[in-house]
Design a protein around this ligand. Structure first.
Ligand code: NAP
Ligand code: 3JN
Length: 341
């Protein structure tokens, strides 16, 4: 397109939407207008942008006239309803929810991994789940080099993944417990302060949670390789920002820990921090507010023939959601794909 796009940020008052505005600002994203949208509850509220303020408008069926690009983070139900309406109005949608991720008509994209999948979009592009995104950034270079056969992942996920109300719940529970007061759990089924919950999202008939099965199915779609076997355990931990993952992989070809370190150090979007002698490894606070995915604790698993263990940490709200969405939008612009075919 010849002019800069008119961009709608749908869910602009939420944890992801607010970060989306920051990322657009920080990356000097080209736009002719930014329109923050949310529900009627927030219409008229102000959101900060570039030293000033933008006024939030209500997201309705008429919102997409004249909008070129819509970045959605307003929940799956909102995306299911409004993304097709936006596309009908000629607007390209990048959606953060799970609503369209497994739809065969919608690419599921991590720009460092499968940018080529944007070429076949039909109007809606899906942003993967945060836990999947950071794992894909770290595993793709290894898969290209040595073919990954199997992945066993355990996650340690921050409360910001559940949104603004969960951030407040952890804050409130910590404050109350430190003052000897009883806590109330509204967002999570149990107390999250000083506690780990081995449940993210709802349980499915197979005993796994929905979050765990998202990691399985999304990995296969993004890698474009149905032969990769993935099994996941997802755990909520009392951390505000950044998801951490303990990942064990089995590869077809042998890679040493040094091979993996060298490979990841030259791969896009990755910082390797792996100096055990200096007690130096990625932590939640290392990645919080940063763009890169951090990898450390890389070591060979000698219980299997070609095994590697590693620790992967990334800011779930940035690379796991807002940044990845904006990177998709940037790649669409670069490839002249901001149009509904
Ligand atoms: P949040 O903090 O609760 O914010 C929700 C946002 O959605 C608010 O701006 C809210 O507006 C808006 N909204 C809710 N219902 C709406 C409606 N009917 N019409 C228009 N706007 C509506 O949640 P969040 O953490 O930002 O997450 C938002 C969504 O992003 C999640 O539901 C999920 O689908 C997706 N997400 C994806 C990832 C990922 O893994 N990639 C991670 C986190 C979140 P009001 O202020 O008006 O209520
Ligand atoms: O819990 C997390 O750390 C990530 C949560 C993501 C999320 C939260 C609510 C709804 C999603 C998602 O992106 O998979 C959804 C959704 O299903 O859209």
């Amino acid at each position: 397109m010849s002019k800069n796009p008119v961009v709608a940020v749908c869910g602009a008052t939420g944890a992801v939407g607010q970060e989306m505005l920051s990322v657009l600002e920080q990356r000097n994203f080209p736009y002719s207008e930014i329109i923050p949208m949310a529900s009627s509850r927030s219409a008229g509220k102000k959101v900060p942008f570039k030293g000033g303020e933008l006024t939030v408008v209500e997201l309705t069926e008429k919102s997409f006239e004249g909008v070129d690009l819509a970045l959605f983070s307003a929940g799956g139900g909102t995306s299911e309803k409004f993304a097709p309406i936006a596309v009908k109005a000629g607007c390209v949608v990048v959606d953060n929810s799970s609503a369209w991720r497994m739809d065969d008509e919608c690419p599921l994209v991590v720009p460092e991994v499968n940018p080529h999948d944007l070429d076949w979009h039909k109007g809606i592009i899906a942003n993967p789940n945060c836990s999947t995104i950071q794992m894909m950034v770290a595993l793709k270079p290894i898969h290209d080099e040595a073919r990954i056969k199997r992945v066993v992942v355990s996650t340690y996920q921050a409360v910001s993944g559940t949104g603004q109300k969960a951030i407040e719940e952890l804050e409130n529970q910590v404050r109350r417990l430190m003052n000897g007061q009883p806590v109330v759990a509204d967002v999570y089924p149990h107390q999250i302060a000083f506690n780990c919950l081995p449940q993210i999202d709802v349980f499915m008939d197979n005993g796994y949670t929905k979050e765990e099965m998202k990691m399985v199915h999304e990995t296969i779609k993004i890698m474009g390789d149905p032969s990769i076997k993935v099994t996941a355990t997802c755990v909520r931990v009392p951390v505000f920002y950044s998801h951490s993952e303990s990942v064990n992989i089995e590869t077809e070809e042998k890679l040493t820990a040094d091979d993996v370190r060298a490979l990841l150090a030259k791969s896009p979007g990755i910082t390797v921090e792996d100096y055990p002698a200096k007690n130096s490894y990625p932590m939640s606070i290392t990645a919080a507010g940063e763009d890169d995915t951090y990898v450390g604790r890389i070591r060979e698993d000698d219980t299997i023939e070609n095994g590697i263990n590693m620790w992967i940490v990334s800011d779930n709200i940035r690379k796991g959601a807002a940044l990845n969405t904006v990177q998709i939008a940037e790649t669409l612009i670069e490839r002249d794909l901001v149009r509904v075919p």
